[in-house]
Design a protein around this ligand. Structure first.
Ligand code: KG4
Ligand code: ZN
Length: 366
């Protein structure tokens, strides 16, 4: 079964066709990042206009690639992200998907963006040698959805049955990377820049690099605060608290310009990244001890972070649980993850043609 997936929840206009929930037959992603750079973050109005301008071209391109790969012009269903995300951006994708479903007379399937990120490790390309894993057989699994808008640890007792067992009480990990980069004048988006600078710092500082780091806290909230979220403190994180400690440190050192002049930015950046990675690793270690998981599934834009991939690999190995991460090209937002998850959601009860966007859609709700 071939499903066309459409994604417009944030700053990527994307469409893809995926066969049977795993093999990517066509994939087109238009990123709006250059449009948002001058503002240091995603501007919803600009995002929505750019989606309107590009959506037709992006879907057309994916369908052309699909035809070239299979000879077929019409997929069997169309799937679309309906939340969470920016409302004016989500509306563009949902309307396009409704139009296509009715013109092509094929079913429409609404998909939760975060749940789709957790499906990305199962995406394969047509030429891949190894056989894909069956996500249904991997339960119980622990999921980590880590992106610009979310940081959630998710218990999946059965495939598709989600319970949040850990989370950030404020900023998402990607947001923490982006805000720090803005504070230090590194530009947008911050995550890839922080990753690169930190990698270079580690290489230049040599073996004892960890001893040179600024000891930023790992953002552990007080018990009483985490109780408000109904979770223990060792499964919650406050990235906003971590960001505040960076801000204080920068102020104490005379500001970002003084740090730049002193050549200290790489050390500060690497220290901050290590605190984020350490916080994520600690919560993951705790979660993996709680249940005999068959797999640890990681998805979302921040899972591109090279240090995070390395450390999470170590944590999973310590626990004896296989870690599953997407190929880098499927870590960021894309239509393939929407199409792939839709294969497992074909019999969703909701009447998709009357579906509305839900900017605050929670994991397990969609
Ligand atoms: O999943 P995604 O593409 O969009 C959302 O659903 O939010 O994630 C985007 C986030 C941004 O905050 C970006 O800075 C972060 O992922 N990111 C990274 C890296 N590449 C992208 N964060 C850390 N290291 C990276 N290499
Ligand atoms: Zn995303």
């Amino acid at each position: 079964m071939d499903i066309l997936g459409i994604e417009t929840s944030c700053d990527e206009t994307a469409a893809a066709v995926v066969k049977d929930g795993s093999v990517v037959l066509a994939n087109t992603v238009y990123t709006q990042i250059p449009l948002h750079i001058p503002y240091g973050g995603v501007v919803p109005e600009i995002a929505s206009r750019a989606h309107v301008e590009k959506i037709g071209e992006v879907i057309g391109d994916a369908l052309l690639k699909y035809k070239a790969a299979t000879g077929r012009e019409k997929p069997d269903a169309v799937a679309v992200t309906y939340g969470p995300g920016l409302s004016p951006a989500l509306i563009v994708g949902l309307n396009a998907a409704k139009g296509l479903a009715s013109a092509m007379k094929i079913p429409l399937i609404g998909i939760n963006h975060i749940e789709a990120h957790l499906h990305t490790p199962f995406l394969r390309d047509a030429g891949d040698e190894e056989k894909g894993l069956d996500p249904v057989k991997l339960a119980p699994a622990l999921g980590l959805a880590i992106s610009g808008g979310h940081t959630n640890w998710i218990d999946m007792a059965e495939y598709g049955k989600y319970e949040i067992v850990g989370l950030t009480l404020d900023d998402a990990a990607g947001e923490a990377f982006d805000k720090a980069a803005k504070l230090l004048g590194l530009g947008y988006p911050g995550g890839p820049k922080v990753d690169k600078i930190s990698r270079e710092y580690r290489e230049s500082a040599g073996e004892g690099w960890k001893k040179t780091l600024v000891p930023f806290p790992k953002g552990r909230p007080r018990e009483g605060v985490s109780a408000l979220a109904g979770l223990p403190a060792d499964m919650c994180v406050s990235f906003s608290g971590l960001k505040t400690s960076l801000l204080r440190y920068v102020q104490q050192q005379g500001g970002a310009e003084a740090l730049t002049a002193a050549g200290e930015i790489p050390r500060v950046v690497a220290s901050y990244q290590e605190a984020i990675v350490g916080a994520v690793a600690d919560r993951t270690r705790t979660a993996l001890k709680r249940r005999a998981y068959k797999a640890f599934i990681v998805g979302g834009g921040v899972s591109l972070n090279s240090r995070l991939r390395e450390v999470l690999g170590e944590v999973a190995a310590e626990a004896g649980v296989p870690i599953l991460m997407a190929k880098p090209k499927y870590c960021g937002d894309n239509g393939a993850m929407i199409a792939a998850l839709a294969y497992y959601r074909r019999n969703h009860e909701k009447d998709a043609m009357s579906l509305d966007v839900n900017p605050c859609l929670e994991v397990g709700e969609g």
